[in-house]
Design a protein around this ligand. Structure first.
Ligand code: FAD
Length: 538
């Protein structure tokens, strides 16, 4: 089979046009084509009035080998890659002790699934609740201002991305096609099959809930165990080797292979790891505000007369700018047709993030606009100084919001002019449980507020209307990535603790659902290889 890359056709082309384009690219008559499938479909909207669909196509002809040889110098015509996943190990019986996965976000979910598929019967420990009970707790914050510190947007089955836009694209290099394995498992668990072919797939919150639940059932069916409300509070790493875990209720567990997939918000667990001597390093992340515009404005700007076209859906954007002082400012986790959500996991703190449903048909587009910060900004040398920094600004946001989990908000024009807002204009903020208008420069370091004031008008050159006076800013956005790295070696194990496999976003090795899930697969493979080497040696 051949793979054709970058086949470009106008947005409203008819079906026959694909066959013609393939034949033209291969320089054969259409009758020589036996079949084709769409491996990927994206679009190029750089010229809004001439939007092109961009295809990757898998094609079978009467003589693939001859055509491959004929086009060997054309980088757009290649042999179709084999993207099937092959587990490195298939165990006939579970090891003793069994491998343990801590955390059931995307990284832990895929690590657990892969271990289970390899016959290694993992034990999965998750501090939060099963996803349905967790949904009720999350809604309690959004509707009644009641925060459960163990069951919320960050903690519980499915991890941080469960109440999200469910964007499933990533820019990681993926020569082994792990990303394909992730998408196929999501589809097997009920995600829409189109995520396998469109270039920027997303699932949306409600579908993700069912998908996560079905994947857990699969793990259990393969002999894995999932324990909810099981927070790991201590580890035994005597001699620099993983020996066991202690849970908050006092239970202990022998554990020689531990995949630590705790996400970027497990601040208490980070402190425990530091205190137990696990090697950690501070790392840069970003802080900023969520911005909301009417989705129709973004659609018009990105898609011109094609706004609303069903193949395009709600428009997204990606913006980046370096300020005159050298600070990076960029959009983060853009959610088309979605809502801004309360994403706190600690009492007395306010954090924003964004989510949407599969349909992406809410009135507003939202995105974080964030400013890069580095350990030099955190104020001291403690490895967890970044956590203290995040907490400080989250507490300021809580106070400015009125101390009730409402978030502080401001009209964009007022933020740029340095004056407080007293209410919304045409854009109505979507954040639940509500906003209180004020001056958002109080919830950011001065350099970050200045950087935003410099960059936001520049973004209006890229998206006309981006600097809309009534656009709404809400804050504060602090959980852009982990403030630490749990540094690991090439074999995926902690730099100073054998048998500990720091994984996913909390370890500082992933950012987003897809990359965390891929990292989870790699962790499971590393554990499987280590266990099979041990077995052979034994
Ligand atoms: P997490 O998903 O954070 O999972 C870690 C898990 O570990 C949690 O369930 C936690 O309860 C558990 N845990 C922590 N400590 C312990 C402990 N001591 N003992 C036991 N369990 C523990 N990314 C995208 O790619 N697309 C999006 O559209 C998107 N939208 C988002 C929207 C929101 C509101 C949020 C908060 C995040 C969003 N993200 C999105 C980011 C994405 O969710 C994360 O990158 C991803 O979930 C990281 O996966 P992870 O498995 O590494 O960690």
């Amino acid at each position: 089979m051949l793979r054709l890359l970058e086949v470009r056709l106008p947005l409203d082309h008819d079906e026959h046009a694909l066959r013609v384009a393939i034949a033209r690219a291969l320089r054969v008559p259409p009758s020589e084509l036996r079949s084709y499938t769409i491996a990927r479909r994206g679009y190029d909207a750089r010229q809004p009035d001439r939007i092109m669909l961009v295809y990757t196509l898998d094609v079978t002809t009467g003589d693939d080998a001859r055509l491959l040889a004929r086009h060997r110098k054309d980088p757009h015509i290649v042999a179709c890659p084999d993207t099937r996943y092959r587990p490195p190990v298939q165990a006939s019986r579970p090891p003793r002790p069994r491998p343990v996965v801590v955390g059931l976000g995307p990284a832990g979910l895929f690590a657990g699934l892969l271990l289970a598929q390899m016959g290694l019967c993992p034990i999965i420990l998750e501090r939060g609740k099963p996803v349905r009970a967790r949904t009720a707790d999350t809604f309690a914050l959004w509707r009644r201002k009641v925060l459960n510190p163990e069951s919320n947007v960050q903690f519980g089955e499915g991890g941080a991305g469960t109440f999200s836009d469910g964007k499933l694209h990533s820019q990681i290099s993926d020569p082994h096609h792990y990303g394909r394995k992730v998408l196929e498992e999501f589809v097997r668990a009920g995600a829409p099959p189109e995520i396998l072919t469109i270039s920027k797939p997303h699932i949306g919150t409600f579908r993700l809930v069912g998908v996560v639940e079905r994947m857990r059932t699969t793990i259990e069916g393969l002999g894995g165990e999932v324990h909810f409300e099981s927070r790991v509070v201590d580890i035994d790493r005597t001699g620099g080797v993983m020996r066991g875990l202690t849970l908050a209720d006092g239970r202990t567990l022998e554990a020689r292979h531990v995949i630590l997939a705790i996400g970027h918000s497990a601040r208490d667990t980070f402190a425990m790891l530091r205190d137990r001597g696990v090697f950690l390093e501070p790392k840069p992340f970003a802080i900023g505000l969520r911005i909301e515009h009417p989705q129709s404005l973004i659609d018009r700007c990105r898609f011109g007369r094609h706004a609303g076209h069903p193949l395009l859906g709600a428009a997204d954007y990606k913006l980046a700018q370096r300020t005159s002082g050298g600070r990076p400012v960029y959009s983060f986790c853009m959610c088309p047709g979605g809502t801004v959500v309360a994403a706190a996991s600690e009492p007395g703190r306010v954090v924003t993030n964004g989510m949407s449903q599969y349909s992406r048909n809410e009135r507003n587009a939202n995105s974080a606009i964030v400013v890069g910060v580095t350990p030099a900004d955190f104020g001291n040398d403690d490895v967890l100084a970044g956590v203290a920094f995040q907490r400080h600004w989250e507490e300021r946001a809580f106070a400015l919001g009125g101390g009730t989990y409402e978030a502080p908000a401001q009209r964009l024009a007022d933020f740029l002019a340095g004056r407080a807002s007293h209410g919304p204009g045409d854009v109505i903020p979507s954040y639940q449980p509500g906003v209180r208008f004020g001056d958002l420069s109080e919830v950011l370091p001065d350099y970050a507020a200045d950087a935003l004031r410099e960059a936001l008008p520049v973004f209006a050159h890229k998206i006309a209307g981006f600097a809309l006076s009534d656009a709404i800013l809400t804050g504060v956005e602090t959980r852009t990535s982990a403030p630490i790295r749990i540094t690991r070696n090439d074999d995926h194990q902690s730099r100073n603790t054998r048998g500990l496999y720091p994984t996913g976003e909390g370890a500082g090795y992933a950012g987003g659902i897809l990359s965390a899930a891929v990292d989870g697969i790699k962790a499971a493979e590393a554990v499987a290889r280590s266990l099979s080497t041990r077995r052979q040696a034994g």
